[in-house]
Design a protein around this ligand. Sequence first.
Ligand code: NZQ
Ligand code: ZN
Length: 389
Amino acid sequence: MLNFEFCSPTKFVFGRDTQHKVGSLVREAGGTAALVVYGGGSVVRSGLLAQVLASLDAAGVPHAELGGVKPNPRSDLVYEGVRICRERGLDFLLAVGGGSAIDTAKAIADAVPYDGDFWDFYCGKAKVERALPHGCVLTIPAAGSEGSNSAVITKIEGNLKRGLSTEFHRPRFAVMNPELTFTLPRYQLACGATDMLAHIMERYFTNTKDVALTDRMAEALMLSIVEAAPKAMADAQDYESHATLMWAGMLAHNNSVGVGREQDWASHQIGHELSAKYDCAHGASLAVVFPAWMKYVYQHDTARFAQFAVRVWGVDAAGKDEAQVALEGIEAMKAFFVSLGMPVTFEAVGGKAEDIPALAANVVNGKTGHFVELLPPQIEEILRIACGA
Ligand code: NZQ
Ligand code: ZN
């Protein structure tokens, strides 16, 4: 196990009816006036936004609203949010939604006290040194932004989808009521389950030795997600499976299972290129990239892939060599994605073979991955493996 520092300061308020506490939670976190950030309308239609605003009113927290955040959130709304916060003197960001709303709120929170362009943080020109406090009411178990130190924004000019990790990105609180996820379309549930599995796998495939504890924790989480996702998709009102997914999504990405080990993140970076180019859902990009990445790299540590196959996917290793077991595990994972209705080929998310060199070349800093470091020619190879033909 490597040395590490881990601080997960977010207060998680989990369970039925918890959204009604949001006003007092903003107050408790020091907010006196809030910008409420939300997406394309699901929280309006469900009545959640009205409940949140009523709770802010009851707690005496004045507020303004910024709706219209799109999946794969864009820079334009960040600039708009900064303008509103500055004009109205708002000092707290409250996201109501999923990763896209939460990440937009995080980016605004960084930008309000900063004199320059917020994109400076995302292209490595500046470091976040202070930020407004922020919290969220989560409506989709997926990105894990409610507990993570990351935010991912797409800059419209140049179509660059880039992530930023800073401890300022940990929300002060996250309200997590599984019932709020009952309205999710099945496809979004599937994308969410895929994303949380991906967050665990980015950490699981490591070169660090002696990480049995976090291996076992990661495996338990993956098994729980594999069990809960089909149940939640089959029964939109099943509280326990939705609750399992909601908490698993947070644990998958607050780094509990990633501490003390080198992490990979190549599949996410390659996936971001697909989302930026084709505007496909983040989870869909991962269902395409991860199996192909695995096929490309498994021989780097066949034993680890065989362990994954046996412990997570129940592959019977008797009489087989490690490579065969490893490959059966990869196929089992891919079959699981298919069973959820996820796309698993490059073409299925809009990919065109002629785009592959540019997609590979565009990956941030021209290389990615730690388990196996990948340069553009290797990334191209992975995208070709992902092609369906
Ligand atoms: O926009 P609305 O109308 O709210 O609809 C959303 C959206 O269309 C819908 N939805 C959410 N909750 C719902 C609902 N529909 C009905 N009922 C509900 N309860 O679902 C769609 C997807 O929402 P979004 O917020 O985009 O989903 P997700 O949480 O998957 O976030 C994806 C974004 O997060 C980034 C991704 O790259 C992507 O941009 N990520 C952020 C991370 C982080 N900050 O730590 C890590 C992840 O790896 C990821 O990169
Ligand atoms: Zn992700």
